[in-house]
Design a protein around this ligand. Structure first.
Ligand SMILES: C[S@@+](CC[C@H](N)C(=O)[O-])C[C@H]1O[C@@H](n2cnc3c(N)ncnc32)[C@H](O)[C@@H]1O
Length: 257
């Protein structure tokens, strides 16, 4: 990849939303992994208050709601995702326990110590792992949990091409032990850490995009933004295939001390 390649953040936001809105998930993950992560959370009841930050259209939220008790608020910056999220909740008959609202993870309106669990799959990077963990902590009750997925290096060293790609896309990417240390330093007991299996990227994230990419390009012929977006996603998928031994998403689960 050349240094002058555009970062995804520079593409037109509405087009990105449209591209991802048709997918079950907007980031790597799977129902199995969400369920595995829920297995580490031991304090939930019907009265529990849960937030899913950067919830997207709610693929993981509906799984969470089906496998854990409590009331869930999904928060995402983009109204189009929240509309689909609430339609998704109704489709699963979860509208009494699951509600999506538009908001930003850096300006949350929860009360201090209101929440039992903060969930966030593939989204904390938007404000940064350390910042998110530090800022969200006050909203958790003592003994409450944070459960997030985050891009992480599997090795101390890696090939230059993938190192450069990630340092441009997300400079906070780091090794698992360093991320665990950040979790601990932010005031959480590191309860569990596990690497998401490959199929979270291949089967659940990149494969559904293949057909959608063709349809998207046909809908916006000659549109440079659409072409660049698809090219970027294809490049990302190729890099994953080539360098998946060196990085991936990791679930970090912490308990507020
Ligand atoms: C990679 S997607 C992950 C979506 C979903 N959690 C999943 O795993 O399928 C990241 C999400 O974060 C949302 N987002 C970006 N910046 C945000 C912010 N400041 N506050 C809340 N959500 C944000 C995006 O709209 C997007 O839905």
């Amino acid at each position: 990849m050349s240094n002058d390649n555009k970062s995804i953040h520079e593409f037109d936001v509405n087009l990105i939303c449209e591209y991802f809105a048709g997918m079950e998930r907007q980031g790597p993950g799977s129902p199995e992994v969400t369920i595995d992560a829920i297995g580490f959370i031991d304090n939930l009841t019907d009265e529990s208050r849960i937030a899913d930050l950067g919830c997207g259209t709610g693929g993981q939220t509906m799984i969470l709601a089906q496998h854990a008790p409590g009331v869930i608020t999904g928060i995402d910056l983009f109204p189009a995702f929240i509309d689909l999220f609430n339609a998704n909740a109704a489709k699963h008959n979860l509208q009494n326990r699951v509600k999506g609202i538009v908001g930003s993870m850096d300006a949350l309106s929860f009360q201090d110590e209101e929440l039992d669990l903060i969930w966030s799959e593939g989204a904390i990077y938007n404000i940064g792992f350390e910042r998110g963990l530090n800022e969200w902590r006050r909203f958790l009750k003592k003994g409450g949990y944070v459960a997030v997925t985050e891009a992480s290096w599997f090795t101390e060293e890696r090939p230059e091409e993938i190192d450069r790609f990630w340092v441009e896309a997300y400079p906070e990417i780091d090794t698992i032990p360093n991320k665990v240390a950040q979790l601990q330093k932010a005031g959480y007991i590191p309860v569990a850490t596990f690497i998401l299996p490959e199929n979270c990227w291949t089967e659940h994230f990149y494969a559904p995009q293949v057909a959608a990419q063709e349809a998207f390009l046909n809908k916006y012929p000659g549109n440079k933004t659409a072409e660049e977006l698809v090219a970027y996603q294809r490049q990302e998928a190729k890099l994953y295939d080539k360098y998946k031994a060196f990085y991936g998403y990791v679930f970090y689960i912490g308990k507020k001390i």
